[in-house]
Ligand binder design. Structure first.
Ligand SMILES: *Cc1c(COP(=O)(O)O)cnc(C)c1O
Length: 357
């Protein structure tokens, strides 16, 4: 029985065609700047995002770190959501490596910081304060696609106050595919979304299905500064064209198909919707969040595992669709969840019995 792995869209295996592209890639030494496949990828993603230049990175975390450190110096600060990846899930890297202080702000259920809160957090030029330098946003955030008017309003506010702007776009391809107008190309929609930002990171190893890789995109000057940081962070790779070839393949073949992941997430949310004992909290793009009653989340995760379905969560479940999950896998997941609530005795799985994890 094939495992249905809904823990993350990072778990995908490279397809046979992607492996073939990898084997065929011409290679050089990228620290000397002469890996033709890396250079082709960087030119391609810069053109796709409408930025001057791009830099291939081993991970999204490193893209964001190099981006923040290219925007900010020691004693500067960046405004960021309390639950944003660039604040909460990157080990405090900007503070650790760059002496750049985060100024985290509360987000609403869709991941937005209030513009008034952003304005209030921008410090005057006064030696008491860190220098507020950068605004970081994220799209998609927990699957939520950020509305254009919010992205434009927040970046405009930042610019009016002399701040630069960075978008954590690990899943921005999902946002582009989900919000493209009928007949509009995904890449054209992507450029509209990222246009107001000075820089952005994108991930190739999430929904796009590459094994490794991310890119930072921005002005040539910013990218030159980021290249220094990348070297210091140990991210200067040599025959990285092996990895860049997978990312190029993904850009050619795995962008438009993201709508299948979104349809599968919708199918999952609809199927779970009628089951007593849980509630679908949100289901947008390729991520479904489910609240589970009476602290039964951990027991449900264990039960699903026995049925070959993997997910993550504490109070509830997070289920992520991707190119290695098909509609049959979604239906198996729905059936297993239904069985759990129909069969598993609540008394044995009540809060505390299995402990939180
Ligand atoms: C996955 C992710 C990243 C980067 O993660 P890596 O595991 O370092 O590639 C950054 N931001 C968001 C929102 C992500 O989901």
């Amino acid at each position: 029985m094939k495992t249905v792995d809904l823990r993350s869209d990072t778990v995908t295996q490279p397809t046979a065609a992607m492996r073939a592209a990898m084997m065929a890639a011409p290679l050089g030494d990228d620290v000397f700047g002469d890996d033709p496949t890396v250079n082709a990828l960087q030119d391609r993603i810069a053109a796709i995002t409408g930025k001057e230049a791009a830099l291939f990175m081993p991970s999204g975390t490193q893209s964001n770190l190099c981006g923040i450190l290219a925007h900010c110096g020691r004693g500067d600060e960046y405004i960021v959501g309390q639950l944003a990846h660039t604040y909460r899930h990157e080990g405090g890297g900007a503070a650790v490596f760059g002496s750049v202080q985060p100024q985290p702000l509360t987000q609403d259920a869709q991941g937005r910081m209030a513009l008034a809160d952003i304005a209030a957090a921008i410090k005057p030029d006064d030696p008491h304060f860190a220098r507020t330098r950068l605004l970081c946003l994220e799209n998609t955030w927990n699957g939520h696609e950020m509305p254009d008017d919010y992205l434009r309003g927040a970046t405009q506010l930042a610019r009016e106050n002399g701040l630069t702007t960075h978008l954590d776009g690990a899943r921005v391809f999902n946002a582009a595919v989900a919000s493209a107008a009928p007949g509009q190309a995904a890449f054209e929609r992507l450029r509209e979304i990222v246009d107001p930002f000075d820089s952005l990171s994108v991930c190739f190893s999430k929904g796009l299905g590459a094994p490794v890789g991310s890119a930072l995109c921005g002005s040539r000057e910013l990218i030159d500064r980021a290249r220094r940081v990348r070297k210091m962070a140990g991210g200067g790779l040599r025959q990285a064209g092996l990895l860049a070839a997978c990312a190029l393949h993904a850009l050619d073949h795995h962008v438009d198909r993201l709508c299948e992941d979104h349809a599968n997430a919708r199918r999952l949310a609809d199927g779970l919707g009628g089951i007593e004992g849980l509630a679908v909290r949100s289901a947008e793009t390729n991520i479904v969040f489910v609240d589970v009653s009476e602290g039964r989340g951990p027991a449900l995760l264990d039960f699903l595992k026995a049925y070959g379905v993997l997910a993550t969560g504490l109070m509830g479940l997070r289920l992520v669709t991707h190119l290695d999950v098909d509609a049959a896998g979604i239906d198996r997941t729905i059936a297993a969840v239904r069985r759990f609530f129909a069969e598993a005795p609540a008394a044995l799985t009540a809060s505390g019995r299995l402990g939180p994890y």
